[in-house]
Ligand binder design. Structure first.
Ligand code: FMN
Length: 402
């Protein structure tokens, strides 16, 4: 077996080369200032990551509309003002020939009450989780067009700011994913009903972003293989969307799964025996669609050993491997992982008894680790998960309301 697969470069359909097969998947940093602009912590964080060897870094979600953020301290990129502020972070994150792509997003009904009491969504269906989300208003046609324009605008500004690529977030239950799912999209106009209609907004955005950014610029879409909800977006829907995305000439499809109702992209290891046996989540789905599409693919979720990643690349199951939490468990990931065939990175283990809030504790725990890295401090694997929940909530409250 060629054990060097992880180290090989990959050239995307648009012609841009990624120096190796490891990508840092998007992780919300929650480090912007009150004006939703870049801080010195963000610059330090991307400087640190660009020094550690990953071929591709995808930012945490950057919001296309300040009114509907995923978290209070998200970066928002709506106008030229944001462009100049981002340049230092981009300069740091593109060192050593590192690709740095902006993940762009709109939270829709998953904008928490710390962000807004008046969220918008395809239909007025509330997310009922820990009383953190208000009932959304169903969007009218003008609002849908406005969202389309905003995604295109933020993509243009991202390129202008110097990001070397852009990723449109259509997974994890955020607005575009809400449109895709029949559970959250019960519209009766031409944005609801069939998968053709539910995917219309995503396709319109991707088409225009390609037109605006040109054929040589990397465009990626993050998509759920399924929502893992009864009556939600399923694998058949995903296959339809993927084939169409191929015809719209995207460069990299990132596959994930789940929404806030079932955060399977974070918690699958607690849930499925089959996943415990096979390291990665969603890989079986990727194998299925491999027969149907030539789109370059990346799966994120659960990859933890060099040998397994290498094997997946060798078998041509994927072109890129996405990692998130390993970057927060091993401070210098993937420096060692890239060259050591025996390398393995374990998930943090922590004891948290409140089942309903386990995903919240996990998010809080890793949020804390990101902030440690960003301040140039050591990671704390023994950080108390109950404290993590308290800290995350207090931060959201403080930054969102005060
Ligand atoms: C702290 C944290 C923040 C995250 N933020 C985002 C995000 O902004 N956008 C996104 O698409 N996924 C986000 N994710 C999900 C990851 O990109 C990834 O899909 C998931 O963690 C599974 O990969 P892993 O097993 O390698 O951690 C986040 C995950 C974590 C742990």
């Amino acid at each position: 077996m060629n054990t060097k697969a992880l180290l090989q470069s990959y050239t995307l359909p648009c012609g841009v080369m990624i120096k190796n097969r490891i990508a840092k998947a998007a992780m919300t940093e929650r480090l912007a200032n009150k004006k939703q602009e870049v801080t010195k912590e963000l610059i330090h964080l991307y400087d640190h990551w660009a020094n550690n060897g990953a071929g591709l870094l995808i930012t945490g979600n950057i919001m296309v509309d300040a009114r509907y953020k995923e978290a209070s301290a998200n970066i928002v990129l709506e106008d030229e003002k944001g462009v100049s502020k981002l340049s230092e972070m981009i300069k740091a994150g593109t060192k050593n020939d590192t690709q740095l792509w902006a993940q762009i997003n709109h939270a829709g009904r998953q904008a928490s009450i710390f962000s807004t009491f008046k969220p918008i969504a395809p239909s007025a269906i509330q997310l009922k989780k820990l009383m953190l989300f208000a009932k959304p208003k169903a969007m009218n046609v003008e609002q849908i067009k406005d969202v389309e324009n905003r995604f295109v605008n933020t993509a243009i500004l991202s390129k202008k700011a110097g990001f070397t690529g852009v990723q449109i977030h259509a997974a994890h239950g955020y607005l575009l994913s809400q449109f895709l799912s029949p559970k959250t999209n019960q519209r009766t106009d031409n944005h609801g009903g069939s998968i053709q209609n539910r995917a219309r907004l995503l396709f319109d955005i991707v088409k225009r972003v390609r037109e605006e950014l040109g054929e040589n610029y990397p465009i990626s879409v993050k998509l759920n293989s399924a929502d893992f909800q009864r009556g939600g977006f399923n694998e058949e829907d995903a296959l339809y969307v993927i084939k169409k995305l191929e015809s719209l000439q995207i460069d990299l499809l990132e596959i994930s799964g789940g929404t806030y109702e079932n955060i399977i992209f974070l918690t699958q290891r607690y849930q499925r025996e089959s996943t415990k046996q096979r390291e990665a989540y969603f890989l079986d789905f990727a194998k299925k669609i491999r027969k149907e599409t030539a789109l370059p693919m990346m799966v994120t979720g659960g990859f933890r050993s060099h040998a397994f990643c290498n094997q997946v690349l060798e078998n041509k199951e994927l072109e890129m491997i996405g990692f998130a939490r390993p970057f927060l468990v091993d401070k210098d990931f993937p420096k060692q992982f890239l060259k050591d065939e025996q390398a393995k990175v374990d998930d943090a283990t922590f004891n948290f008894k409140i089942k309903k809030m386990k995903d919240f504790a996990e998010a809080g725990f890793y949020d804390y680790q990101i902030h440690q890295l960003a301040k140039g401090k050591e990671l704390k694997p023994d950080y108390n998960p109950y404290l993590a929940v308290l800290r995350l909530t207090t931060n959201e409250l403080r930054k969102g309301w005060f």
